[in-house]
Design a protein around this ligand. Structure first.
Ligand SMILES: NCc1[nH]cc(CCC(=O)O)c1CC(=O)O
Length: 320
């Protein structure tokens, strides 16, 4: 591409969003030789004081960014994939899903404690029904007594509850902490056998308008096919369960390898009540998807099995 005007990257103002956008901006500069300018946009999710679960609707963080894209005020936007509703708006494309970071959830606890070391009555902060459901289910089945406490706010705010001694621990995404440079404070990386992350967690989505084919093709250079296959399967599961991004649904697709050679894709999914008293958790495996349709099918198959085991009833309390 020739020296044209700067590309405008629409971004939220939060530290996390600015860091994510900054990294993608740098990659796009390298790729296209064009200047990339960050355009800050405030979203409803940034200004609302309500709990995310109470706002209810999906996509509170993304609507304003997408409006700006559709109005032509910005050329592209970077989202945390897990915050994106599964229905893709007409006219917008996910031009790139770059290599995913660590998808796991982590604990930041007082005194360097690991999750299984938390003392009886420990107060664990998380606003996520998915995290509550899985942590409470583990606690119940292992004779632990913890209390999950609903909190929200940006990452610094949430870590602050532990720093100030108001909570014993908080649960956050590893990727977010990495991106804002606070991963050294993690006291426990939660095994995916205990907590499955949100569908798409740890992945970024780079979005532009479908009509801007030249830009979409350039951004496409940042796409990682394995990340795309994995998160497509996870989000297909979420869509087929008819759950939103704040529903108690966890999913993770990964590769089962024989030495260096990927043999199969495994997809694990979980749905539960927030008190952890009921959990439907299933795994399926299939050939490594060689198309978008195969990845979608893997997610749909697992969703059908989970629904047959009563998954829909467990999401009822969170119907959107
Ligand atoms: N729900 C907010 C949110 N959206 C994306 C991330 C960062 C991790 C990611 O990109 O998946 C976070 C923070 C968190 O869950 O701790």
């Amino acid at each position: 591409m020739t020296a044209e005007r700067a590309l405008r990257l629409g971004t939220r103002r939060s530290k996390l969003a600015m860091s994510q956008s900054g990294h993608v901006a740098e990659a796009v500069r390298q790729l296209t030789g064009r200047e990339v300018e960050l355009v800050e946009i405030t979203t409803y999710g940034d200004t609302s004081r309500e709990h995310l679960a109470q706002i209810g609707g999906t996509g509170v963080f993304v609507t304003a960014l997408r409006d700006a894209l559709e109005r032509g005020e910005v050329d592209f936007a970077v989202h945390s994939l897990k915050d994106l509703p599964t229905a893709q708006p007409e006219g917008l494309v996910l031009a790139a899903l770059p290599v995913r970071e660590d998808p796991r959830d982590v604990l930041i606890a007082r005194d360097g404690l690991k999750f299984t070391e938390l003392p009886a009555g420990a107060r664990v902060g998380t606003g996520s029904p998915r995290r509550m459901a899985q942590l409470n289910a583990y606690a119940r089945s292992h004779g632990m007594r913890i209390e999950t406490v609903p909190i929200r706010g940006n990452i610094d705010t949430r870590v602050g509850y532990v720093e100030k001694g108001e909570l014993d621990a908080v649960v956050l995404a590893a990727a977010g902490l990495n991106r804002i440079g606070r991963s050294a404070e993690v006291t426990d990386f939660l095994s995916t056998d205990i907590v499955l992350p949100a569908p798409g967690q740890g992945a970024l989505a780079v979005e532009c308008t479908a009509t801007n084919g030249e830009l979409a093709a350039a951004l496409g250079e940042l796409d990682d096919p394995f990340t795309r296959a994995a998160v497509t399967a996870e989000r297909s599961l979420l869509a087929a369960l008819e759950a939103g991004c704040s529903a108690p649904v966890g999913a993770l697709a990964d590769l089962l390898a024989d030495g260096q050679i990927a043999k199969e894709m495994r997809l694990r999914g979980v749905v539960g009540t927030t008190d952890g008293s009921e959990l439907v958790q299933l795994t399926t495996t299939g050939p490594v998807p060689s198309s978008q349709d195969e990845a979608l099918a893997l997610g749909r198959e697992l969703a059908a099995e989970m629904l047959a085991k009563g998954a829909a009833g467990l999401m009822g309390e969170r119907a959107l």
